[in-house]
Design a protein around this ligand. Structure first.
Ligand code: SF4
Length: 656
């Protein structure tokens, strides 16, 4: 029996696990006591995260599509044919017609190698599925405080006077972090939850703000105005450590409580209570997709303004981003179409990269995955690493059409996903426990996964596949994860302080950039060392019924994994309606309804529940059919889809 340490392959907590392997078989998983964030806890999903890799339908050899069927081919044939087709697309349309997009289960080394190969081919069309979730957070924090990541560790939650959680339910989406909420409640920490629905987390709150979806900016601007008008902000912090306050103060001055009441659906007492609770030190401002996928970067910035206004970014408090996948933080850090891993997309940085890479990357920004698959038809060849956009992206029908039009679609994945079915080539890859590499969690903690067993059949690690493809183009890519880690670290300033032995030691505080649990105690990582206030106005407020999509604790993202775990995913979700919305439409609990938007329609069973606010409909996104209804409106700053902001109509088709 071999015991191997690793990191759970699911959410952004990145819990430490011990894998018990007998030969080539992992028989069980236990929580790793010494992990500095998970501290010996695992949720149910983590405990069974080894099950899917033994599923009967694992891909075990490369496949090529011929008309509607897939046929087995050798690796040499697959890589040679993909190389020739990529070359053909480049010679016909130019390198800008090629794109490489990754999922967020890939390791830092895989993401780094993927973007390097793309840039060697002459394109900046590189991105990851971080685009569709937390790019508004990364972009806003980078601009306002200097690093696009949490400034504080979730482990600090119990030490706070107040914790605000916006658009997130820890108990459903990041269950192991609930240990810190429980401890915080014992310590007397006040909990404020901003969420239209009742969740496991909101039930623990002292104040639950059930705002109308997409009205975050109105709420946070009005709170900012109230704090300024009543002298409840941290004047010393604002004067000494920030810039842009005058513009911000002028901007929010029109956000009265009356306006906020009208727009958000909250009452003034709730808004005032919120403002008074956050006035003073010792506050964490945290958030999830309920903020980023409705109000986008404008929502995040107006929220982070409150953290600056109250002097809570630094030792006294912080901003905490609840990331959804194990390496979504790292994927977003390394693969962006408009930023190099080394920093801004400038000639100077391109020259610096040439010294390490031996080639100069192009300097024109590329396309995000949302632009390439939903807005722009310039891209003709796409290589996807563990990414399933045919399921996970909004306006699914449009994405499917786009994938079908491509001259070349290559999918690297352990399973025949909904996206792989559209591919010309499907390359079988190793899962997390069958390879090595590092991941970066929501706490900025970078940890190493060790290999427990070999991949089945002819499946290979993504690094090896990228290296094989690189070789055809005469691009030297290393398949050894430790050597790639060292190169990635030498190229990427925010990761330059990482030490491999600490990354491999689960009890070690290997947070980037330099092991700080709380960032910005001294200065911000902006050019002038000051944090920047950003003011934006409230955007469109939608009337009627607005659909929001949420997570279920027993399922994970596209259900490719949890659908293969006994007792977990693979079932159809209902849609939740408030009793007033149901009654007004003659709908009763258990009825079947047709849900229609501008993008499509689907049939759901209804659950009538006070858990959702009037005017809001809620369903889980894990069975994917809802993405045929969710529209592809993109945040104009981050190009992140507004998944939780689709106007719908609901009509009964069958009585219970
Ligand atoms: Fe895995 Fe997240 Fe559960 Fe931890 S909380 S075991 S990382 S799914």
């Amino acid at each position: 029996m071999k015991v191997v340490k690793s990191i759970c392959p699911f959410c952004g907590v990145g819990c430490g696990v011990e894998l018990f392997a007998e030969g080539q078989f992992i028989s069980r998983i236990s929580p790793l006591q010494e992990h500095v964030l998970s501290r010996g806890h695992l949720c149910g999903k983590g405990t069974l995260s080894h099950e899917p890799q033994y599923s009967w339908d694992r891909l075990i050899y490369p496949l090529k599509r011929v008309r509607d069927d897939f046929y087995r081919i050798s690796w040499e044939e697959a890589i040679t044919e993909i190389y020739l087709k990529l070359k053909e697309v480049i010679s016909r349309y130019g390198p800008g017609a090629v794109a490489f997009y990754g999922g967020c289960q890939n390791t830092l080394e895989e993401v780094y190698s993927m973007q390097k190969l793309a840039r060697a081919l002459g394109t900046n069309n590189v991105d990851s599925c971080a685009r569709v979730c937390h790019e508004p957070s990364a972009l806003s924090l980078k601009e306002m405080v200097g690093i696009g990541a949490s400034s504080i560790s979730a482990s600090k939650i119990p030490e706070m006077r107040v914790v605000v959680i916006a658009g997130e339910s820890l108990t459903e989406s990041h269950p192991v972090l609930s240990q810190y909420l429980t401890q915080a409640k014992i310590n007397g920490t006040k909990l404020v939850v901003v969420d239209p629905r009742v969740t496991g987390t909101s039930k623990l709150s002292d104040l639950h703000l059930r705002l109308r979806p997409g009205t975050d900016v109105a709420l946070y601007n009005s709170v900012g105005n109230y704090l300024i008008q009543h002298g409840l902000f941290d004047q010393q912090f604002v004067e000494e450590r920030t810039s842009g306050f005058d513009d911000y103060s002028r901007g929010v001055s029109k956000y009265t409580l009356e306006y906020a009441e009208r727009v958000t659906g909250l009452n003034r007492d709730q808004i005032v209570k919120f403002a008074e609770l956050i006035a003073g030190k010792g506050v964490i401002f945290s958030w999830g997709l309920g903020l980023t996928q409705t109000s986008g970067a404008r929502g995040v910035m107006s929220y982070v303004d409150l953290a600056l206004l109250t002097g809570n970014v630094g030792e006294a408090g912080g901003v905490l981003v609840f990331r959804g996948q194990t390496n979504v933080q790292g994927s977003g850090d390394l693969a962006k179409p408009n930023v190099f891993p080394i920093g801004d997309m400038t000639e100077e940085n391109a020259e610096k990269l040439k010294e390490v890479w031996g080639f100069k990357p192009p300097v024109e920004p590329g396309l995000t995955v949302t632009q390439a698959l939903l807005r722009d038809s310039k891209v003709r060849a796409v290589v996807l690493l563990g990414f399933n956009p045919a399921f996970s992206m909004p306006n699914r029908r449009a994405v499917e059409r786009r994938l079908m039009e491509l001259d070349l679609l290559v999918v690297l994945d352990p399973f025949m996903t909904q996206t792989a079915k559209f591919a010309h080539y499907v390359l079988p890859t190793a899962v997390w426990s069958e390879k090595e590499g590092s991941v970066s969690d929501l706490d900025r903690l970078v940890k190493w996964r060790f290999k427990a067993v070999d991949p089945p059949g002819e499946a290979k690690g993504d690094l090896e596949v990228l290296a094989m493809l690189g070789e055809k183009f005469n691009v030297k890519l290393d398949a050894d994860p430790e050597r790639v880690f060292r190169e990635m670290r030498s190229v990427t300033p925010i990761y330059s302080g990482l030490e491999l032995d600490k990354v491999k030691d689960y009890s070690s505080n290997s947070r980037y950039p330099n092991g700080e649990i709380s960032l910005y105690g001294q200065g911000f990582k902006t050019r002038d060392g000051r944090a920047r206030f950003k003011f934006y106005d409230q955007g469109e407020v939608k009337g009627g019924l607005v659909l929001i999509t949420v997570r279920n604790v027993t399922r994970y993202n596209t259900d490719v994994w949890t659908g293969r775990m006994p007792g977990y995913g693979g079932y159809e979700s209902s849609i939740l309606l408030n009793p007033s919305d149901a009654k007004g439409r003659g709908i009763a609990d258990g009825d079947t309804v047709k849900v229609k938007s501008e993008c499509g329609e689907q049939v759901f069973k209804v659950r009538v529940s006070q858990e959702v606010t009037p005017g809001t409909a809620v369903t889980y996104f894990h069975d994917g059919k809802v993405n045929y209804v969710v529209c592809d409106e993109l945040d104009d700053l981050s190009f992140t889809p507004k998944y939780k902001f689709t106007s719908i109509e609901v009509e009964k088709v069958e009585r219970n």
